[in-house]
Design a protein around this ligand. Structure first.
Ligand code: SF4
Length: 416
């Protein structure tokens, strides 16, 4: 799922806004904004506006050229090794454009983690979703990448071809209409994600509660991004000199939580957009200020409006969920890393409603996604990469998810 995009609001009707993408106009939900007017720019993700951008800037004009940035990085490093952690596949994809990665000095290297939500979710979750979709009474609603997730039994897409009622939506909010129009069916939304997805689903079930919709439940795997990033940094066996993180991570909690991680673990962070120039400018900024500043989080120009996160999103998370422990890919128990419905919303929990026995299968046989998530291997070191495992015939989630590193690697041929 793509990073939040800045779009211009051209109309507002109550809690619905209309944005202009340049190609077409489409409706978005304004629940999470305190004040907004026509002609404002807003960050939009999964059809929810998550932040108003005070002064929209033309990023392309504000950045120096790629060649200037490359020279600046080379001059500052003077042969020293420097390793940057990119926290999303979209940042890696940003560096692939025009083969920018290959123009950079060889002593600048990259690692990737902690992985996308779909990749961090164990295979057993997708098998449980598959079982739910086989029930005659159920309409299974999910997102495109879950539709294509391979399990030993097949994909949801193959199940749909065989006649099951499985539907893909663009936003969790779309499930409300499906539930209203199919009162004789049980609608189950299968959703994986981090904090933002949890908040959007939280807003959706609150709306369902207010509208008296009772035939809707959610089978979810929602993880706390900051906790897993902290775990990744703590368990990384490779030296990391700086971290580029994303708008999606800042949109909820803002600067506070990441500054705490930066101070406690001693890393410099920068939050940046995902276009090639934004990523390279962020890397250059990290390199140039390395050694001269205390570890903290900085914001690239395009992300400054995210400094304080979003109070309304945090309120929804607090109202709908509590946090519990889950297992990290190393099998270590990580405290308070997973969102769980509070008691008053348990009637929307599909696990409760359908008495689902959690399947504990971790991964498909032979998939090396775990080592890739831990930064121990690169995708092209997996023997199945680009041979048996491709986006058209994926074996692990990292080859399906837009944010998955194997997928990004396949499309970009980024190799080190
Ligand atoms: S290439 Fe495919 S099988 Fe190998 S680690 Fe990536 S997703 Fe798993």
């Amino acid at each position: 799922m793509h990073s939040p995009a800045p779009l211009k609001l051209v109309d507002i009707q109550g809690e619905v806004g209309i944005v202009d993408t340049g190609e077409y106009k489409h409706p978005i939900l304004l629940h999470f904004l305190e004040s907004v007017s026509v002609n404002d720019y807003v960050y939009v993700y999964l059809r929810f506006a998550i932040q108003r951008i005070q002064h929209h800037v033309n990023h392309k004009r504000r950045h120096p050229t790629i060649s200037n940035l490359r020279t600046e990085i080379e001059k500052t490093l003077v042969g020293d090794e420097y390793t940057v952690l990119l926290t999303t596949g979209e940042h890696a994809a940003g560096l692939r454009e025009n083969n920018i990665r290959f123009m950079l000095p060889p002593n600048l290297s990259f690692i990737y983690g902690p992985g996308c939500a779909a990749c961090l979710t164990p295979l057993g979750y997708y098998r449980n979703v598959f079982q739910l979709a086989q029930k005659k009474s159920v309409i299974l609603v999910t997102f495109n990448e879950v539709m294509n997730m391979p399990t030993p039994e097949g994909t949801l897409f193959s199940l749909r071809m065989a006649g099951a009622d499985v539907r893909a939506v663009h936003s969790p909010y779309d499930v409300l209409r499906i539930a209203e129009w199919n009162r004789d069916k049980e609608i189950v939304l299968a959703a994986v994600g981090f904090d933002l997805m949890a908040a959007f689903v939280g807003a959706t079930i609150k709306e369902a509660q207010n509208s008296g919709i009772t035939n809707l439940s959610v089978f979810h795997s929602f993880q706390k991004r900051d906790v897993l990033l902290r775990e990744f940094l703590k368990s990384s066996s490779k030296p990391i000199d700086g971290v580029v993180c994303s708008t999606r991570e800042m949109a909820v909690y803002g600067v506070e939580e990441y500054n705490r991680i930066a101070r406690e673990l001693g890393y410099s962070f920068i939050c940046a957009g995902t276009s090639p120039l934004e990523v390279l400018s962020a890397v250059s900024e990290l390199v140039v200020r390395s050694g001269s500043q205390k570890p903290q989080l900085q914001f690239a120009n395009e992300c400054k409006c995210l400094r304080h996160g979003n109070t309304r999103i945090r309120n929804i998370l607090n109202e709908v969920y509590t946090v519990s422990d889950t297992r990290w890919v190393t099998n270590k128990r990580v405290e308070k890393s997973k969102y769980t419905f509070r008691e008053e919303f348990l009637n929307f929990d599909a696990q409760n409603r359908f008495l689902i026995e959690p399947d504990d299968l971790i991964t498909m046989p032979g998939c090396q996604g775990r080592d890739i998530q831990l930064g121990l291997k690169l995708p092209n070191e997996c023997p199945m990469f680009a041979t048996r495992c491709k986006p058209s015939s994926p074996i692990g989630p990292a080859m399906i998810s837009y944010d998955g590193l194997c997928n990004t690697w396949y499309h970009s041929s980024l190799k080190k």
